[in-house]
Design a protein around this ligand. Structure first.
Ligand SMILES: Cc1ncc(C[n+]2csc(CCOP(=O)(O)OP(=O)(O)O)c2C)c(N)n1
Length: 305
């Protein structure tokens, strides 16, 4: 069984920022099941925001529908609840309209890798300046445990009691095939490590895809905490792991049965984010949201025949 490194300096750093931390704390009653990985993910996100010096009014937190989406009222800040599977597109619109705020989107494996997979594909490809956190509990949790595209083959679920017949998709392999600029993976019981990779994602200028392997003790009895602790490995403990090497990232993310690699698997810091690609916006300091007013299109179409 592997265990996180000494946490004392990290906890001291957090304690020094207790007031900032409390600003994110919600007084709403938690409704997630006991042992749900969503608690850890939410804590890691709050810690990452605080340690990066981002205040609640400087971020927009977009949530999908699902157990993960119930986090929307369990954190104090500007939150938005999208339609199931559509959170990435809602968040993409927000980050393009106002680049002065940090936009974060969160979604479950059901919504993200089935209903909304098209939005994920084009957001990765476009390198929108936002962070996306995938809550991968390997099932549709809120509707009580149906199989998703990420449920393991053979696993009995509500709706498929004889076991799932298809192989699951490999999320990181899929995203690595989309020419991404940031791909990371964490585990919902390792809050310190999740905090580190979310911080790295917040500092990334393009689309940061962060998968969290999430415990779901109610509907996913197969991949328990022990199952994961026996299998997780860390990129920063591998000899000469180079996150700029795409081939290495592909190899590292291939195995989901025996060894599950956690960390920043891949990052390309050189690629421009989507808004940086437009010559016509160079030198403009206002955001699109600040430029909203009635315009006449006469000037624009005067040369049209
Ligand atoms: C378009 C659409 N399809 C289906 C639903 C019903 N629905 C609501 S929550 C949910 C399960 C969500 O599963 P997932 O996205 O994996 O998130 P989790 O609950 O596991 O965090 C479903 C199927 C819906 N609200 N909208």
């Amino acid at each position: 069984m592997s265990c996180p490194n000494n946490q004392s300096s990290y906890l001291r750093e957090l304690a020094a920022k207790k007031k900032d931390f409390m600003a994110y704390e919600s007084t709403e009653v938690m409704t997630w099941c006991s042992g749900c990985g969503d608690y850890g993910i939410q804590k890691a996100l709050e810690r990452a925001l605080v340690l990066e010096g981002i205040k609640p009014h400087e971020t927009l937190l977009c949530f999908d529908i699902g157990c993960n989406g119930n986090g929307a009222d369990k954190i104090n800040g500007y939150t938005l609840h999208g339609l199931h599977g559509r959170v990435v597109s809602v968040a993409a619109g927000a980050c393009l309209a106002n680049p002065k705020i940090k936009v974060i989107a969160e979604g479950g494996d059901g919504g993200t890798f089935s209903e909304g997979i098209n939005h994920l594909v084009h957001s990765v490809r476009s390198n929108y300046p936002m962070v996306f956190i995938l809550h991968n509990n390997e099932n549709y949790g809120l509707t009580i445990g149906q199989a998703s595209a990420l449920t393991r083959k053979g696993q009995a679920m509500n709706g498929t009691p004889d076991g799932v017949v298809l192989q699951p998709m490999n999320t990181c392999q899929f995203v690595l095939g989309l020419n991404p600029t940031f791909v990371a993976r964490g585990f919902s019981s390792d809050v310190k490590h999740m905090t580190e990779i979310i911080r790295a994602g917040l500092r990334h200028k393009g689309f940061a895809f962060i998968e969290i392997m999430q415990l779901c003790p109610t509907f996913n009895k197969v991949t328990s905490a022990k199952w994961f602790w026996d299998r997780v490995r860390y990129t920063d403990q591998q000899k000469n792991y180079d996150p700029t090497n795409l081939k290495r990232a592909r190899e590292a993310s291939e195995d989901l049965e025996k060894e599950i690699m956690l960390g920043v698997l891949y990052q390309d810091k050189s690629r421009p984010s989507f808004p940086e690609l437009f010559e016509s916006r160079k030198g403009i300091t206002t955001s699109l949201s600040e430029e909203v007013r009635p315009y006449s299109i006469k000037e624009l179409i005067k040369n049209l025949k």
